[in-house]
Ligand binder design. Sequence first.
Ligand SMILES: CC(C)(COP(=O)(O)OP(=O)(O)OC[C@H]1O[C@@H](n2cnc3c(N)ncnc32)[C@H](O)[C@@H]1OP(=O)(O)O)[C@@H](O)C(=O)NCCC(=O)NCCS
Length: 409
Amino acid sequence: MLHTDALRPAPAPVDLRPAVAADLPVIAEVDGRAFGMHYSETDLDDVRLLFEPDRFLLARDGDDTVVGVTGSFLFDVTLPGGGSVAAAGVTWVSVAVTHRRRGILRAMLTAQHRGFVADGLALSLLTASEGGIYGRFGYGIATEHRAVEIDRRRAALRADVVDPGGVREVGTAELRRLAPDIHRRWVALTPGALSRSDGWWDTLLADREHQRHGATPLFHLVHPDGYVSYRRDNATRTCRIVEVITASDEAYVALWSTVLALDLVDTVSYRKMATAEPLAHLLADPRQLRTVEQRDGMWARVLDVPAALAARRYAVEVDVVLDVHDPFLDRGGRFRLRGGPDGAECVPADGGAPVVGVGMAALGTLLLGGGHAGALARAGLLAADDPAALRRLDAAFRADRTPQHGTEF
Ligand SMILES: CC(C)(COP(=O)(O)OP(=O)(O)OC[C@H]1O[C@@H](n2cnc3c(N)ncnc32)[C@H](O)[C@@H]1OP(=O)(O)O)[C@@H](O)C(=O)NCCC(=O)NCCS
C-alpha cells in the first residue's frame, strides 16, 4: 500500500516580491484560475482603477512563474461611536493549484501583515472564500448579512406608517453624482462601513454584463438621504436589490415603500440585509420578509491593540485588562482598556482591573460591535474569571447598529 506522504511534493522554495503595474495580467491569470473565471481586457481596465501595484505581493517558484498572489486596498472603516481608522482590506488571495498546501499562503500573509504593521495600520480586513482559512491568522467574523426574499404582492407597510415620500427615479450617471455624499453620511453612522473612493464608484457603477447575472442593467431610486440600486429579472418577475444605503429613517421608509410598489414584480430579493434592520418591524405581516440564508460578511484582524481599541467608543463604562493571544503575528500581550460612551484609552498594563483572556480572532469579532462576548466565552474563545466583568465587557462592546461593511472587495 502506498503511504500518502510519499505522494506529497517536497516544499518548494518560494520567493516573494512586490508587484509592478505590468504584473496585472499575470495576477489576473493566477486569480482567475483559482476562482474559475477569465478576466477580459475591459475587466482589467476596471481593476486598474483600484490596483496599487506596491500593495500586491507575488510568490514565484524557481523558474520565475507566479504561483501566488495577495493584495490589499486601503479603506477607512467606521468604529462604534463614529470614529474611524485606516485599514488594509486584503484581497486577490490565490495560490496556484499546482503549489497548494506547502505554506505559500502562510508565507505571503506573514510578509504582507508585517508590512501592514510597519505601515502603522491598526486593522486589516477581508472577506473569505471559505470559513476555515483565516481564523489561524487572527481574523474573526466582524460583519454578517442575510439574504432575504419578500413576497411583494403580500408585503405592505403597517397601516400607521406614513410614507414620507421624496423618492425620484434616476439614471446611473445621476446616481454617480448624488450617491457619494449619501454614502459618506451612511458610512459615518454605520460601524464596519468602508469608505468608497472614486475608483470604487466607477467600478461598481460600470454595470458590466458579468455584474448582471442575467438581469437588467441597474435602476436607481434616490431620496435626499438615501438610494436603492436594483436590477429586474423579468423572467422570474424578481427585483434584485443590489444596494440600499440610507442616512435617515425617513429615507429608509420612503425607499422601501417605493420598492414594495413595483408592479409586475412578485419577489424582491436582497442578499446583503443586515441581521438587525427595521424592515420586518415596518411590515404589517413581518413574515413576508423571509431570511433564506445568513452568512459571514467581513472578517477583521487587529494589528495594533491599543490603537484599535482606543479609537472606538463603548456602550457602557468598562475597565478591564485584556490578555490577548496572537500566535501568528505576536501583536498580543496585556492591555488595560478603560472606556465608555465619551472616549477610551488602552495601554500595555499587567493589572489593576479584572483580566479577560481573548484570542486575536475573537477580538476582531468584538471590535466592530457585532460580536457577543458571552457567546465567545461559551465557545472557549474568551475567558473571564469574573462573570460580572464578562457581562460588562459584553455590554460595552455592543454597537447600537449592526455592523455592515457595504463594499465587497
Ligand atoms: C486558499 C489558498 C489561498 C490556500 O493557499 P495554500 O498556499 O495552499 O495555503 P498554505 O499551504 O499556506 O496553508 C496555510 C494554512 O491554511 C490552511 N488552509 C489552506 N487552505 C485552506 C482551506 N481551504 N480551508 C482550511 N484551511 C486551509 C492550511 O492547512 C495551513 O494551515 P497551518 O499553517 O495552520 O498548518 C488556496 O487554496 C487557493 O488559492 N484557493 C482558491 C482561491 C481562494 O479560495 N482564495 C482565498 C480567497 S479569500
